[in-house]
Ligand binder design. Structure first.
Ligand SMILES: [Zn+2]
Length: 159
């Protein structure tokens, strides 16, 4: 509690009291490889009603930046892991009709990956065989059957 600072001219959103302190605490985000990204954020505490939180949304920017760093790190890990498995960015782009070069643009930092793009890469790295189902740009009935077989064997492997 040593870094608590009394805040002036602010009102508790829960009870309306002006008896508020602010302190710096460590925030942490982690990705699906358990990589952790820590960052500093603020926490307000109303001394009258004990409500705790980011009363004035001061953490949004820090959280966004930490998430961005974590995503960039995760993106690089996923692409490296897929390359090791023989699945190049070009293969993924072709299978899922992504713009040619988009994954390399994300990796180089030329532009940010879309949320959908990151979601897709997370799915592919968890189930690397999935891109094979889409090699012609769409999933076939044969592909669907193969998907169910592979999914079942993956799930059985997890049990
Ligand atoms: Zn309060």
């Amino acid at each position: 509690m040593s870094n608590e600072v009394k805040i002036k001219d602010a009102i508790c959103p829960a009870c309306g009291s002006g008896n508020i302190v602010k302190k710096q605490i460590a925030g942490e985000l982690k990705d699906l490889f358990n990589t952790r990204q820590t960052y500093m954020k603020v926490q307000f505490n109303c001394k009258d009603c004990n409500t705790i939180g980011d009363f004035f949304n001061e953490n949004d920017e820090a959280e966004q930046e930490a998430l961005c760093n974590l995503n960039f790190d995760l993106l690089n890990k996923i692409v490296a892991k897929l390359k090791k498995l023989g699945i190049s960015p070009t293969k993924i782009e072709a299978a899922f009709n992504l713009s040619y070069g988009s994954i390399n643009d994300w990796v180089s930092g030329k532009c940010h990956p879309t949320k959908e793009g990151m979601a897709l890469l997370k799915v592919i790295v968890l189930f690397p065989w999935i891109h094979e189902l889409f090699e012609d740009g769409c999933a076939s009935i044969y592909g669907y059957q193969k998907f169910m077989d592979m999914m079942t064997s993956d799930l059985v492997g997890l049990i």
